[in-house]
Write a protein that binds this ligand. Structure first.
Ligand SMILES: [Zn+2]
Ligand SMILES: [Zn+2]
Length: 141
């Protein structure tokens, strides 16, 4: 039992940079979504990245891109024995997850609980491109 939900604790969402020593912020909508994903696959989800503190975000130097990681609304996830494609497709059925980004090279996906219209992107090189029908076909999504 975690301190946030059955499977999750605050400390798991902490920034992993050396500077802030575990600063964290986590949006509760994200916890609900993670419980749904874990329940579906019946496995513990691997959190590869969660909250990013300001110092870490600056270091990443993403040229002004707004990041939901700095708001505690985004995580990078993978599940052992589950392909990123399968994981991506399931996440699309979770209404809280408005933003989903496919990382074909890194083999994880980004999910977030941003407000507004759903956003689907794929990371190619340094770019985040809209996940068009063509790209879906290319990546098996
Ligand atoms: Zn940090
Ligand atoms: Zn991300």
């Amino acid at each position: 039992m975690g301190d946030l939900s059955e499977h999750w604790s605050n400390k798991e969402f902490a920034c992993r940079c050396p500077e802030c020593k575990g600063e964290y912020k986590v949006h509760l909508g994200l916890i609900g979504a993670l419980e749904m994903i874990g329940g579906h696959f019946r496995k513990k989800i691997k959190l590869l990245s969660a909250f990013w503190c300001d110092a870490y975000y600056e270091k990443l130097n993403r040229s002004g891109r707004r990041s939901f990681h700095t708001m505690g609304k985004a995580v990078h996830i993978a599940v052992d024995g589950v392909s990123s494609q399968e994981l991506f497709k399931f996440c699309e059925t979770v209404p809280e997850l408005r933003g989903i980004i496919f990382y074909p090279k890194e083999n994880f996906i980004h999910i977030d609980t941003r407000p507004g219209e759903p956003v689907r992107l794929v990371k190619e090189g340094n770019d985040y491109l809209p996940l068009t029908a063509e790209k879906r076909a290319k990546y098996g999504l």
